[in-house]
Structures are given as C-alpha cells and as structure tokens.
Design a binder for this molecule. Structure first.
Ligand SMILES: [Mg+2]
Length: 325
C-alpha cells in the first residue's frame, strides 16, 4: 500500500492543537485563517460521499490542471514530472470517466509529462485543444483544422489564437535576447502563450529587474497582456478565451451539451483555473475543487491541500465507480 494522506479534517484537528500551542505566534493567524477558509471550501475528501450521492445518476466529466495539481511545483519547470502512482490513478479515472487535462503548458509538453492516451489535452490555457471530432458550432469551426495524430487517428485541433503565432515567435526571440541575462530565469514556449519562470532567480531585486524588463518589452505589443502565476510571468494574447471557455468547448465537443445530465469536476491550483471554476458554478451542478494549503480567494466550492490529496481523491473516485459497476 502506498502513502495515503490524512483527510483534511485530520489536519484541521492538528491545526487546532498547534494553534493552542503557538500563542502570540504569527503561525496562529495562518492556521486560524485556513481553518475558517476550510469551512467555506471544505475538503473534497471529507465531502466525498455527499458529492458522489449527487453524481450517482449523472455522467461525471473530469478536468484536471497539471502543475501543482498532478505534479508538485518544482524549481525547474522541465522537471515537473508526475509520479507513476498519479499516472496510474489518472489512467484509472479516465477509464471510467471522460477526462481532460487543461494546462498552461504547450499541449505537446503536457502530453509528454502525462503520457496517457485515454485523456484529452488542452494546452496554452485552453488555446490549443485536440479532440477526435471538434465542434460543430460555426464560431468554433473557423479555428479548427483537421489533422492526423502520431497513431494515424483523425483529430481536430482548435486554435483560437492562431493569428498571434508569428508575433509570439517574435516576442520569444526578443525575450531570449534580453531577459535571459537575469541569471536563473527561464523562458518556456507554450505555443500560444509564453512563460518567463523566475523560481531560480536568486533574489527579489533580480526578480524586480526581470519583471521590469518583461513589462518594458511588452509595451511594444499592445495585443498581448501579462499575468502572474506561481513564480512565473505569463504573456498571453488578448483574446476572450480562457480555461473556462476550454471547459465549455470540451463539454460541447465531447457531446455533453445537456448540462442536466452531467456533473463536471475540475481540480486546479492556478489563478487561471478560477475561470473554469466559474463556468462549473454557472452550470449549477458540478465540483470546482481548488488545490491549496493556504486560505485564498477562490470561486471553488471544495478544496484539496496538495497533489498527494489529489492522488487520494482520484483513487477514491475510481474506487467509487468500480463499486457501482
Ligand atoms: Mg497549476
């Protein structure tokens, strides 16, 4: 048997003990704040039975972010591998439920990390989606192209930001010529967006210089905007498309237009996942689950502390489905 984390209620008890032992310590405030946040965003492990009683008669559709959700956040973004245990769990979940990975990474990169053929991939914050049939909606079709994947299967690629590709290539070149002078910085080409990682930049002063450099370069590109993530500066084209739109596109494309019959479940830790949480809340039934061990502003209704708890939740989800079959 592998390691299985305690449920968050167990952590909450531990937190209470620590609080009483840490009078006048600033950690007390952090623990108190997390405990009260947990009341509003309860652990998906603690609420599992309740959630599944709703899901029982519906079709569960699973959406998963990658970094910080299926893999831990690491210093070198190229080394953000998922464990074999996580891959097995995702594989098992995907054998029972339609499952999509929605990441800020390029679709190619995230699929190389996940290495599963039974999941759908949406890269570049949902700006690069590949599905077997694509969407039949007129507004989607103009961004779709038919292709053949490496196994010879027909697929449809959806690229709503395709027009921005030449400029993205230019921006990457300019960034490489400038920001890489800040030691520890790393540029990642995510195809339809760019990440400037600074986890390995040695101090705040250098991070400030890096940030100013990126802002200054991007002044020449008003059709793009800068946003932030975990130790990363993100550059994205100004289109009204986000992970929430990607969830809607995938649901429609995969034949889940009738929201009455489905329960979408989305697990993610990023600010960009908030758009997907909003869509799931709007659908009215579904489970937006944030991965966080700290209290933070979120649209999610449930929480899991870290990728270990995500693993435990996914294993439990597969086990639950098996018990129904
Ligand atoms: Mg993430």
């Amino acid at each position: 048997m592998g390691f299985e984390p305690q449920s968050s209620s167990a952590y909450s008890n531990l937190d209470s003990i620590l609080v009483s032992d840490l009078q006048d310590n600033e950690e007390e405030q952090i623990f108190c704040s997390y405990a009260s946040w947990l009341e509003k965003h309860p652990s998906a492990l603690d609420k599992f039975e309740e959630m599944m009683s709703i899901a029982k008669l519906k079709e569960v559709v699973v959406f998963l972010d990658y970094d910080g959700t299926l893999s831990p956040i690491v210093d070198d973004p190229d080394q953000a591998h998922m464990t074999d245990a996580m891959r097995t769990a995702v594989n098992e979940v995907a054998s029972f439920f339609p499952t999509a990975i929605v990441s800020g990474r390029s679709r190619k990169k995230v699929s190389e990390f996940v290495r599963l053929r039974n999941v759908y991939y949406a890269g570049s914050h949902g700006m690069d989606i590949s599905t077997p049939k694509g969407s039949s909606k007129t507004q989607d079709q103009k961004h779709q192209t038919k292709a053949v994947d490496e196994k010879g299967n027909q697929v449809v690629h959806f690229h709503p930001a395709e027009d921005f590709l030449p400029t993205l290539k230019e921006i990457i070149q300019v960034l490489k010529e400038n920001v890489l002078r800040v030691e520890g910085s790393k540029i990642e080409d995510n195809m339809f967006c760019i990440s400037v990682h600074y986890r390995l930049v040695k101090n705040e002063k250098e991070v400030g210089i890096l940030r100013k450099m990126v802002e200054s370069i991007m002044e020449a590109y008003p059709n793009f905007h800068i946003s932030g993530g975990k130790k990363v500066i993100e550059i994205r084209p100004n289109i009204s498309w986000d992970k929430g739109c990607a969830v809607q596109y995938l649901l429609g494309t995969l034949g889940f237009d009738n929201f009455e019959k489905i329960v979408p479940l989305y697990i993610g830790d990023d600010t960009t996942d908030e758009d997907a949480f909003k869509v799931i809340r709007h659908i009215g039934q579904g489970f937006p689950i944030i991965v966080s061990s700290k209290a933070k502003e979120t649209e999610a209704c449930y929480s899991l502390r870290d990728p270990d708890e995500v693993l435990f939740f996914l294993k439990r989800l597969a086990k639950w489905k098996k018990s129904l079959v």
